[in-house]
Design a protein around this ligand. Sequence first.
Ligand code: AMP
Length: 419
Amino acid sequence: MAIEIKAPRGTNDVLPGESRQWQYIEDAARRVSDRFGYREIRFPTFESTELFERGVGDTTDVVQKEMYTFRDKGDRSITLRPEGTASAVRVCLEHGLFGGLLPLKAYYIISAFRYEKPQAGRFREFHQFGAELYGTASPQADREVIELAWSFLRELGLNEIGLNINSIGCPECRKNYHAALKEYFSSRSDELCETCRGRLDRNPMRILDCKSPICKEIAAGAPLILDYLCDDCKEHFETLKASLTDAGISFNVDPHIVRGLDYYTRTVFEFTDPVSGLALAGGGRYDGLVTELDGKMQVCGLGFAAGLERLVNVMRERNLFPEEKRAGVYLAAMGKNAVPAAHRLASELRSKDLRAETDLMDRSLKAQMKYADKIGARFVIVIGDNEVESGNVTVKDMAGGEPFATTLTEAADAIAARL
Ligand code: AMP
C-alpha cells in the first residue's frame, strides 16, 4: 500500500500558478525598501535558542509556547526563527555594523516558524517582509518606518488598511504602570491562565496580549499605559502623531496594543485589514533590545514585519493582482525536419532573453496550439517541413495583432523587436 505523506499541519505549498502572486508582493517590498534606502540582509533559518529567549523575551507567548526548539547532533539547543528582529540585531552585532554608518537601514524577506493553532491567516510556517532601522531615537524615525510599511501596502493597492498606534513608554514609565497592573490582576489572579499567573510577578504587561479568552476578558478592563507615560515619552508620541498627520497617514490611537515581544519601548503599531480583522503588519520601537543581546552597547532600534500569506489572501479576495500579460513564443513543430528547426529557433530566442517553448510531447498540431494558448504565449510560429524547406514562416500574434511574415533566420530578431 502506498504511504500517503502530506505537508505538515500549518504549512503551505506555493504552486507554479500561484508563485507569480508571491513574487509580485516580494518585488513591491524590494522596490519600496529601496526607495527609503533600506538594503537587504539575509540570515540563517535557525539560531541558538538563547537568542530568541533573550531577544524576544522569555515571558512572551512566542518563547513560552510557540518555538520550534530541538537539540542538534552536537547537542546544541537550536530554534527555527519565530521572527526576524532578534536575528537582524545579532547580524549587526556580530559584524560590527553598529560601529559603521548610522542610521543603519535593513530589510528582509524570510520564513518564520511558530507552533500555533492553525486557522485562517495563522500558520506554523509563514513568511514575513520586515524592515529595521537602528541608531536613532528621533520620532521622525518612527514616522519613517510606519511610512515605509504604509507605502508598501499602498504599492499593493491596499489603500484602506487601518493603522493603529500606541506608546508603551520606557522602563521609567513602566515602573508605575507595572505596579498598577499587578494590583489590578492580583484581584482576579485565580481566574488567569496558568502562564499568566506566572507572569504576574515577572512581567504583568504580557498578560495584556495573552490569547486565552478569559485573560483577554480580564485584560480589557486593565489600566492603560497611555495614562502612565513620562513627559519625554509623551512628547515623543505627540511628535510622531503630528508627523504622521503631516505625511497624510491616517491612524487611530489604540491604547490596548502592547505587541507580543518583550523589548518594545515607546511606539507600537499595527496595520489591520478592516474586513477580516487580521493584522497584516506590526512593529514598533525597541530601544532596549541591542543592550539586552550585547550586554553593553546602547543602540536604539525600530522596525516592522508584514505577513505575506495574509497579504496574498487579502489581495486575492480583492482582485488586486494584475492580469498576466501574454508573453513569450511557442514554436509548433510538425515533421521530421521541423522538430530540430523548432528547437534551434527556441534556443536562439532564449539567447535573446525571450521565453520560448516547443513541443516535448509529440502532440498533434491542434493540441500544440491549445497548449500555446494555455501557457499564454504571445507569438506562435507553426513550423512544418515546408517551412524548413522554404525558410519562410508566419508569426501569429496571439494578443490580437496582425500576423507577419519573416524567415527562420530572421524570426528571433523580428520578434525581439516587437516585444
Ligand atoms: P508579529 O511580529 O507577531 O506581529 O508578526 C508580524 C506579522 O506577521 C503579523 O502582522 C502577521 O501578518 C504575520 N504573522 C504573525 N504570525 C503569523 C502566523 N502564525 N501565520 C501567518 N502570519 C503571521
